[in-house]
Write a protein that binds this ligand. Sequence first.
Ligand SMILES: [Zn+2]
Ligand SMILES: [Zn+2]
Length: 308
Amino acid sequence: MISQDKILKDGKLHVFLLGSGGPINNDKRVASSIAVIAGGEFVLIDVGPGAYRNVDVMRLPAAKLSAIFLTHFHSDHIGDLGEANMLSWVNGREKALEIYGPEGVDQVVNGFIIAYKFDTGYRIAHHGKDTMPPEAGAPISKTIIIKDPNERELFFDRNGLKAYAFEVDHSPVKPAIGYRIEYGGRIIVITGDTIKNDNLIKHCANADILFSESISFEMLNNLAEGAKKFNLPRYAKILTDIQNYHMSPKIAAELAKEAEVKKLVFVHITPPLLKDIAEKAYLKGVSDIYDGEIILGKDCMKFRLNPK
Ligand SMILES: [Zn+2]
Ligand SMILES: [Zn+2]
């Protein structure tokens, strides 16, 4: 398959929404993953289950994938880590893939290395070391330490692409981080999973595009009520519990307004929006709060930012 190699070095900041959904599986959206391509660098932010296939569907240059940035270790953000590593290697990646994340990332990466160890061996034995360079087979973990919890930490600075990590509040999930990425004077921010707080507003400030997580409390409460009626208390409890460590679409719109971002893209969309009417319910009231452009994220959406 011919990949879009030319976009690697065209001076623009390219963003691809590989997975716009949340943890509830459905046929409209896969779980969290965003690809960034700029200055010859190709990185993924999170790689939730089902999301890696969209790298190939969108013909992104898999062999040039150099790093993955993880926001936290919930399964809907890391499930395709093994596939991302294996398939980019099969596609011709020649250097070890770097996996950045908060403390604990070494354990997560080591677990995937063990799970894929047999397959790594099969590929080398079958195709030979020239085709499958062993040094590129296993990924390398890189722990991001945020020294001052109120500041953002520059942890990646290559060919003009700068990535900063900042602390978010997804308690009891700790640590959890968001990412601010800058290239050519352009800024994108990916919130990761979090509630809204002053620190988040500060690090989202003036972004050209804010990719904000968001789950509809109203819709989840309706589902929870329905679950109780059908005597499914466990389901009702989980649908209620998850609301205390996420933002609703209206809260995300407040964040976009207060941070004065230029565009808001909803991601981590939950519950699944299977009908047009559900999309309307999810977005209800958001444009009354934030008057910039609002986009309901969909898988395989593309964004391109020209340098300033
Ligand atoms: Zn999470
Ligand atoms: Zn999540």
